[in-house]
Ligand binder design. Structure first.
Ligand code: DGL
Length: 269
């Protein structure tokens, strides 16, 4: 396996770009290929069978582009894959175990909150991974189905009243339960971490699942001698399954893609 090959990242939409941001920060020389399946977002309301089928197509696309490693930067795909026994490929990881491990390391009172899509929460994958890493932990989980449409439509500012109201509805019970750590179990959620923090207070540590997945991938790449050895900055290529213009317009709100062209693709080709 060639260390000079790109890292592939996929998500149902824009959320996985939070993982791309982290790769650019901690692995600045890596080339990245990102696929956002914007034509079929959200995944979080779909059946297990459909998500498995979509994930296979996303993975297939990245593999066809010759990536050396894949990060499934989607909480929903990662949850479903975990209940299927995990990713078959050793050079691929999701977000569940890395973020559960980070939360277990940070928590002091062992009360850990998890917010994610309905499918992720229903799968129980985060809870299982946390309890495996820290058997005495208490896990308080909450599905937050309205967060993804808010993010995809740019309702992410701290003073955005509809977003704040919805977030209060979801998060106040977790605050009342006394969590000291919260896993943002869907890669879209770090984009509203300002709103989340304003509600929970600074004393609650927020874990970004996409960022943790990248830290984990870095370790595996290192262990396998697969880190890119070049000294020039890595290149980013973005692919979407819905309109490239729309993707660009929404993505540039939170990631610097000035010189990056987005290309629209069809997955079944
Ligand atoms: N990115 C997905 C996740 O992390 C959320 C969006 C969706 O439902 O597709 O779960």
């Amino acid at each position: 396996m060639e260390s000079a090959l790109p890292i592939g990242v996929f998500d149902s939409g824009l959320g996985g770009l939070t993982a791309v941001n982290e790769i650019r920060k901690i692995l600045p020389n890596e080339d990245i290929i990102y696929l956002g399946d914007t034509a079929r977002v959200p995944y979080g309301t779909r059946s297990r069978e459909t998500i498995l089928e979509y994930a296979e197509e996303d993975l297939g696309f990245l593999k066809s582009r010759g990536v050396k490693y894949v990060i499934a930067a989607c909480g929903t795909v990662s949850s479903v894959m975990m209940s299927e026994g995990g990713f078959r490929d050793r050079l691929c990881n999701g977000v569940i175990e890395p973020s559960a491990a980070a939360a277990c390391k940070i928590t002091k009172n062992r009360r850990i909150g998890v917010i994610a899509t309905g499918t992720s929460i229903k799968s129980g994958s985060y809870e299982k991974a946390i309890k495996k890493a820290l058997p005495g932990a208490e896990v308080i989980s909450k599905a937050c189905p309205m967060f993804v449409p808010l993010v995809e439509n740019g309702y992410i500012q701290r003073d955005c009243i509809p977003a704040v109201k919805i977030a209060e509805e979801y998060l106040l019970p977790l605050k009342d339960a006394g969590i000291d750590t919260l896993i943002l179990g869907c890669t879209h959620y770090p984009l509203i971490s300002g709103i989340i923090s304003d509600i929970l207070g600074e004393e609650v540590s927020l874990i970004s699942s996409g960022a943790e997945a990248v830290r984990y991938a870095k370790k595996v790449l290192e262990e396998n001698g697969l880190l890119n050895k070049k000294s020039s900055p890595g290149e980013l290529r973005l692919y979407s399954t819905d309109s490239a213009e729309l993707f660009e317009e929404n993505a540039c709100r939170f990631i610097d893609i000035k010189d990056v062209k987005v290309e629209q693709i069809r997955l079944e080709e």
